[in-house]
Structures are given as structure tokens and as C-alpha cells.
Design a protein around this ligand. Structure first.
Ligand SMILES: [Zn+2]
Length: 286
């Protein structure tokens, strides 16, 4: 095993460990958050939960995702470190608690938007062990919506199923930048079948997003990348699907497929991907 493979594998393991912790009922204490400049007027807040995007306009801030409830105060502090403008809108990329958990604290003062499916998934408690006070968006859309503020636009678009059945891709047209939510996260896709996810649809959904005119990508988890980085991720999703389909159609048992996921993809036994994705893979790829 060469060094690159090792680094990639440990990255995957870290992400899987992180997501495992991320979805348990009592998340670890909020770690330190960091704010990075992505482009002029656009920042990301990383650490704990999913990557938050902060778009500053002359009339307020539009934010993408809000991590866990426990991250509310640190997020507000990080936004204050880059602008004195108030947070006016939050767009949730999907219903998971590491992306929408902060809604409960922001809802009294901020307008929150998501896909209709992401809202329904919160209302119907589709995420096992999500905190009891998960708060859904007040405003929803099914295909596309935009927020116009201070002469700037943020567009949110639903391209189809993937990580869940309600993933929004967020587009900042003036900056040629997108935020993918967990349609790109870590190194190996987590297919949330109970939340409507689909390994078969995932690549088609990313193909839709690839048609946007962008050069910079903020993933749901992990480092900012570019269009080539997203394409590579998409191709890896396809490779996983092809590999899984071959095994399932060859009549392999769930336990045998689990072995392959463990040895070739670093999915730990009893990890979240094994629990959420494997039974759905066996069913969807028949
Ligand atoms: Zn997620």
C-alpha cells in the first residue's frame, strides 16, 4: 500500500468515524470552528458538522447550512469576524442534523429555506436518533428557488436523489461557485436509503449539477475543490455502483458485499454507511 493510498484510506476512515459521531444522539462537544475565505464575499466555516457557506451582501448574510444546534454561538461569532451584517437567510442542503441542526436556534430571527423533501424528512423524523428539536424550514421549493439580497443572487436547485431525496445544490452565479451538500462529502458516498437516497440516481444528479457554470466547489464535508474534483468524485460513485451491481447480480450475500465494502472502501463494520447504505444497495442494485 503506497503512501497516497494510506492517506486516502485514513481520510475515508476519519470521515466515516466523523459521520458516525455526527449522527449519534449526543454529538461530541462543539470543536473549534474555522472560517476560510473562498472568494470575495464568500466564506466557509469548517469544523464540527457540515461545511457552512457564508455569503456577505450589503443587506445581510445568506448562509448555507447551520451545523448542529451546539454550533449556533460559534457560527454567529465566526460570521461576526468577517462582517457586521446580520444573517438574513439560511438555505439547508438537506435534513441531517449536522447540516440543519442549528435551525432550532436560528429560526426565530432568520428565514430558513429547503427542498420540500428535506422539510418533510425533518417533520417525519426520517433520521434515526436525530435530536428531538430538529426544526424544519418555513419556506420550501421543489425544483429551484433563488434569494436576491443586496444585488446578489444565491440559487438553490434540486437535481434529483443521491445522498437523500431532498439534496439542494447551491449556486453562487456571480462567483462561479457551488455548495454540494453531502452529494460530495468525504471520499465514499453515504447513501441514506431511509432518507430517500439512491446510488443509482446519484451520478445523474451530479451530472445535472455539472452543467452549471462553476469553477469552485464547497463540498458538504472536506476541502474546497474544483470542477475536476467533483467530476472525479462522481466517477468514483459510478465505480462503486458498478462494483456493487456486479456483486449483487452475481448473487453475493449481504455479508459478502459487506466484506468488499470493508476491504476495498474502508467501510467499518457496524458503521453508519453499513447500516444506512448496505441494505439499500442490496435492494436497489438487484
Ligand atoms: Zn448528510
Amino acid at each position: 500500500m503506497n503512501r497516497t493510498t494510506l492517506v486516502r484510506l485514513s481520510g475515508a476512515a476519519l470521515f466515516l468515524l466523523g459521520s458516525w459521531a455526527a449522527y449519534t444522539q449526543n454529538p461530541p462537544p462543539a470543536g473549534p470552528l474555522t472560517v476560510n475565505k473562498v472568494k470575495d464575499g464568500l466564506y466557509e466555516i469548517v469544523g464540527d458538522g457540515g461545511n457552512v457557506a457564508v455569503y456577505v451582501t450589503g443587506e445581510g448574510v445568506i448562509m448555507i447550512d447551520d451545523k448542529y444546534e451546539q454550533d449556533y454561538a460559534p457560527i454567529v461569532e465566526k460570521v461576526k469576524s468577517v462582517t457586521s451584517q446580520p444573517i438574513k437567510y439560511i438555505i439547508n442542503t438537506h435534513h441531517h442534523a449536522d447540516h440543519s441542526g442549528g435551525n432550532v436556534k436560528f429560526a426565530p430571527t432568520v428565514e430558513i429555506i429547503s427542498t420540500a423533501n428535506a422539510r418533510a424528512n425533518i417533520v417525519e423524523k426520517k433520521q434515526p436518533n436525530a435530536p428531538a428539536d430538529m426544526t424544519p424550514a418555513r419556506i420550501t421549493f421543489t425544483d429551484e428557488t433563488s434569494v436576491f439580497l443586496g444585488g446578489k443572487e444565491v440559487r438553490a436547485k434540486y437535481f434529483g436523489r443521491g445522498h437523500t431525496n431532498g439534496d439542494a445544490v447551491i449556486y453562487f452565479p456571480a462567483l462561479k461557485t457551488i455548495h454540494t451538500g453531502d452529494l460530495m462529502a468525504g471520499t465514499s458516498p453515504l447513501i441514506d436509503y431511509p432518507g430517500g437516497g439512491s446510488l443509482v440516481e446519484w451520478t445523474k444528479t451530479l451530472d445535472g449539477a455539472m452543467k452549471l457554470d462553476f469553477d469552485t466547489v464547497i463540498p458538504g464535508h472536506g476541502n474546497v475543490t474544483d470542477k475536476a474534483g467533483l467530476l472525479k468524485y462522481r466517477d468514483n460513485v459510478e465505480k462503486l455502483r458498478t462494483r456493487m451491481q456486479g456483486l449483487v447480480r452475481a448473487g453475493k450475500t449481504q455479508a459478502e458485499v459487506a466484506q468488499v465494502l470493508q476491504s476495498e472502501y474502508g467501510w467499518a463494520p457496524d458503521s453508519l454507511p453499513m447500516k444506512w447504505s448496505l441494505p439499500g444497495i442490496m435492494n436497489e442494485l438487484k
